[in-house]
Design a protein around this ligand. Structure first.
Ligand code: APR
Ligand code: PHB
Length: 398
């Protein structure tokens, strides 16, 4: 039976980043991904990185293209009541965020792993994990038409929300928390210049809209939509019309439209599982938590989990002490819940939940308060740019 120190299930951002960070610490690992390399590389996902995520990608030695091609954003705009208000992230927190697609990060990490001779297997089917509550976990999978078996010290479940790892834990050993939102996001990508140089999150009585981008020539736009709306109901012309209506008029007037190169609908949910560790299985990223995309936190949480786990495993292999790995779940969850709260709050502030005009008036009052209060804006901005990594400073001084 083949052997490795850490078996990583899933080659999304959390699995690939963990693999690379462990490799740089001299920790042997194998990555098993169900999909093909092309499929993983073609997925369009998030696009905003906290500075902490940029730092860990630099630490992982995959930051070169990121630093060259990212767009640094010192702020974003809130659209509401027909106007646009700029949130000065840099002025309020001293920090900025970076716009760089998850697709590109996945590509950079995959190339780095392959160049370093990683044991990274795409098209690995029927992954089944066992012995996670023993000192010798195992992974079975099918690859190249043959059943393979791997023994390891630890398993990292980086296999997303629908993966096999979380489902392998006895139900009574984990508790999950969930909120489903009564709407989805309809997203399109188009090779047109962005309507604004910074992102715009727009509250409108017809529903939420978001203007984002991937580059100076590629725009990413989203509209809040019904969960049961078929994609066919949204030809490009209807999308652009609706987007224009949901933006402050002076912004909508300058919108440049074009043919979409991708269009999809995603549901919104908040989900957390506790603890994020069972025996010798750790859960990372979307396997452990999902946030609605409004706060741009999903990818950043995945990167923070990988950073936390590689530090904990490095400490374990260096010292033999399990102290750090035992605290993995607790330390991750404190950060996760704050991001869950922020993403829920930002979603609640900007989306249409009902036809009730009272609720919309409350949102407008909160937006008016927020944009008139430096204290409230600072609170929002420090959550958006990313909360400190590791143990919260106040907790440490107790
Ligand atoms: N066996 C092997 N691989 C699997 C299995 C399985 N049974 N199930 C799922 N996978 C793979 C998926 O094909 C996918 O490539 O695990 C990977 C999980 O990747 P992501 O879903 O991207 O999750 P993660 O790496 O945690 O990254 C979270 O992705 O969805 C966004 O907003 C989210 O930006 C965040 C990031
Ligand atoms: C994106 O560009 O895909 C994006 C940006 C900001 C968000 C969510 C998604 O909050």
């Amino acid at each position: 039976m083949a052997r490795t120190q850490v078996a990583i299930i899933g080659a999304g951002p959390s699995g690939l980043l963990l693999s690379q960070l462990l490799h740089l610490q001299g920790i042997d690992n194998v990555v098993l991904e169900r999909q093909s390399r092309e499929h993983v590389a073609g997925r369009i996902r998030a696009g905003v990185l906290e500075q902490g995520s940029v730092d860990v990608l630099l630490q992982a030695q995959v930051g070169e293209r990121l630093l060259n091609e990212r767009l640094v954003h010192d702020g974003f705009a809130l659209g509401f009541a027909g106007r646009s208000f700029r949130v000065d992230l840099k002025g309020l927190t001293g920090e900025a965020v970076s716009v760089y697609g998850q697709t590109e990060i996945t590509k950079d990490l995959t190339e780095a792993r392959i160049a370093a001779g990683a044991k990274l297997f795409f098209d690995a089917r029927d992954v089944a994990i066992g012995g996670i509550d023993t000192a010798h976990p195992t992974v079975r999978y099918a690859h190249g038409g043959r059943t393979q078996e791997l023994s390891c010290d630890f398993i990292a479940g980086c296999d997303g929300y629908h993966g096999v790892c979380r489902r392998s834990v006895p139900a009574q050993a984990m508790q999950s928390f969930e909120r489903i939102y009564p709407f989805g996001w309809l997203g399109i990508m188009a090779d047109v210049p962005p309507v604004s140089q910074e992102l715009i999150y727009s509250n409108h009585e017809r529903g939420f809209a978001l203007c984002s981008m991937r580059s100076a020539r590629r725009s990413r736009y989203y509209l809040q939509c019904g969960l049961d709306e078929p994609l066919e109901a949204w030809p490009d012309a209807r999308f652009w019309d609706e987007l224009r209506r949901r933006l402050p008029p002076q912004v909508g007037e300058t919108l440049i439209t074009g043919a979409s190169i991708e269009k999809s609908i995603a549901p919104l949910r908040s989900f957390v599982v506790e603890p994020m560790k069972f025996g010798r299985l750790f859960l990372l990223g979307d396997a452990a938590h999902i946030v609605p995309p409004t706060g741009a936190k999903g990818l950043n949480l995945a990167a923070a989990d990988a950073r936390m786990l590689h530090q904990a495993l490095a400490h374990y292999y260096r010292t033999g002490s399990t102290e750090s790995i035992d605290r993995y779940s607790e330390l991750c969850l404190r950060r996760v819940w704050k991001a869950v709260r922020f993403s829920w709050w930002f979603t609640t502030l900007t989306h249409k939940f009902s036809e009730d005009p009272f609720s919309h008036r409350l949102q407008l009052a909160e937006l008016d308060y927020l944009t008139g209060s430096r204290a409230a804006l600072t609170s929002m901005a420090e959550n958006y740019v990313g909360l400190p990594f590791g143990e919260p400073p106040l907790a440490r001084s107790r």
